[in-house]
Design a protein around this ligand. Structure first.
Ligand code: DGL
Length: 261
């Protein structure tokens, strides 16, 4: 079984991708809804929290843990790798592939405060983006709009697009917009429609799903199971079940409340 976690619903965007790549694997998703958002929490706190989450996931039999959260990956993945024997796969803004494919195109990276401040992200830019122009766009309330499913309301949706558009500025033609938070992946169709063809939107979900498949192969992790999808939340299970069914189109998802030590 593969464990996957996020501060909330963002990681469901990666689970949706993994659903296609590993349909017969069992997945256990943990949403730390009680502590959402992670974006502005102290990195030390995120490290401890991610370790507590990993204990739950491995305690329930997960043999691989996916940190489906850029913020948690940047703050905690090295710590988790040192602390636990299971393999981890994380997610970071796809600056490397974006810069490699079109170095001449400027990048705008949409992400949380913590991701932007983390050395994992700044190293990524230094190492791979070289001379590309990289603009950081931090919109602290954006993940909240996804969490509340507010983007399904046309008025809020237009506000999101207007905010991103204004951050990119008038000279946005030819820019590539990198989604550096798993929550924002659910906004991708909206952003693509709203920003038009002059801005290309990129997210790392398919590349991360491919990495999960590679790690399963190299570590001999069983991916032919019953194809179960189960959910844990530190918040309200009924609310999380509603979010899962709205975002993934799953009927009556199995959600259990969990307390973290
Ligand atoms: N989904 C998380 C990420 O990918 C962030 C949301 C939050 O601030 O908790 O960074």
């Amino acid at each position: 079984m593969i464990g996957i976690f996020d501060s909330g619903v963002g990681g469901l965007s990666l689970l949706r991708e993994l659903d296609h790549s590993l349909p017969e694997a069992d997945f256990l998703y943990l949403s730390d809804s009680a502590c959402f958002p992670y974006g502005t929490r102290p990195p030390e706190w995120i490290k401890d929290r991610a370790a507590a989450i990993t204990r739950v996931l491995t305690g329930r039999g997960c043999s691989l843990v996916v940190a489906a959260c850029n913020t948690a990956t940047v703050a905690a993945i090295e710590h988790l790798r040192k602390k636990f024997p299971v393999p981890f796969v994380g997610i970071v803004p796809p600056v490397k592939p974006a810069a490699a494919t079109s170095p001449e195109k400027p990048l705008a990276v949409l992400m949380t405060e913590n991701t932007a401040e983390g050395s994992k992200y700044t190293d990524l830019v230094k190492t791979y983006a070289g001379d590309s122009v990289v603009a950081e766009v931090r919109l602290p309330l954006l993940a909240e709009v996804v969490e509340e499913l507010g983007f399904t309301d046309p008025v809020q949706a237009e506000r999101v697009v207007a905010e991103v558009r204004s951050r990119l500025g008038k000279s946005r033609s030819g820019w590539r917009l990198v989604l550096g938070c798993t929550h924002y992946v659910f906004l991708r169709p909206l952003l693509e429609r709203g920003l038009g063809p002059e801005v290309e939107v990129l997210d790392p979900c398919s590349a991360v799903a491919a990495q999960v498949v590679r790690v399963c192969e190299s570590r001999g992790i069983t991916v032919i199971e019953g194809g179960a999808r189960r959910y844990l939340t530190t918040g309200d299970p009924e609310r999380f079940a509603w979010q899962v069914s709205e975002l993934l189109g799953v009927q009556r998802p199995q959600v259990e409340k969990v307390e973290l030590a």
